[in-house]
Design a protein around this ligand. Sequence first.
Ligand code: PEP
Ligand code: MN
Length: 342
Amino acid sequence: MLIVMSAEATAEQVEAVCAHITRLGFEPRPIPGGQRTAIGIVGNPGALEPGPFVELPGVLRAIPVSSPFKLVSREWQAADTVVRLPNGVAIGGGNVAVIGGPCSVETEAQVMAAAEAVARAGGGALRGGAWKPRTSPYAFQGNGEAALKLLRQAGEAFGLSTVTEAIDHESALQVAQYADVIQIGARNMQNFALLRLVAGLGRPVVLKRGMAATIDEWLLAGEYLLAGGCRDVILCERGIRSFDPRTRNVLDLAAIAVARALTHLPIIADPSHGTGVRDMVIPMGRAAIAAGADGLIVEVHPRPQEALSDAHQQLRPGQFVELMTAVRTIAGAIGRTVQAAG
Ligand code: PEP
Ligand code: MN
């Protein structure tokens, strides 16, 4: 429920409505606007009747929030959320940024070379996995804390903010200590305990869409983060599972347009995991920007053929340059600004 106060409502009337909501056992969230104040209600388990709220002095309207989510919704906040990374790069609200880097941080030389390639080509942030959620328990699982240290070193060397995945409680605490942005992977999108924990760690979060998650489930996972106190959430479409093995997943570009209408949160796309095929990454990255994505997260490796994970989809540095050139052209054509580090 969203309570819209009349333009003439006094501060006392706003306070009285908030106190009434608190007495009902719910939480009032006042949103002061240029013309009038709106008050969101959170913590109510089900739909509320608008009637009794409209009776309160100073209330203009009580709008039942039709969607199952609240804090992530456009009804709650009309203006785009812009997430600003520590290096000054902005994502959302017309600002497009590309996060590039290896699937996993393997060696110092590898991550430094990847970071240099990303920074030189105009990328905005560095990605690199430290804990890898692999399908097989025998596959490379990531270098853990040692990888976090190397990622931070490479980010600092090239002015790139860093993004890396947390897979559980312990890794989340370490990621928050070393990295600028915490990534929640597709497989953990509905790990609600992890979402609750990560929401309180004071870092922006990239929330990947689960490979079989509906758009509403994805937004509700975002709702967990916002309800837990994290404002800087970046949604990431990374492909959903379908029937054709020619691509690993189907990068759902319509989901970007759908989510854009429903939520104020920035939305980026991951054409690397979305396709699983190196030659598909540039065309689908271009398409995602054209579809209105606020950025991309892309795997880049100095020597992809030697990669310990996702060797088939990581871009070579020269291909990343090609992608960035296309991103600048397409973003410019639709009135967006590409954010580079430094
Ligand atoms: C990744 O970005 O490294 C990753 C594992 O992605 P996803 O969770 O989308 O599979
Ligand atoms: Mn990968």
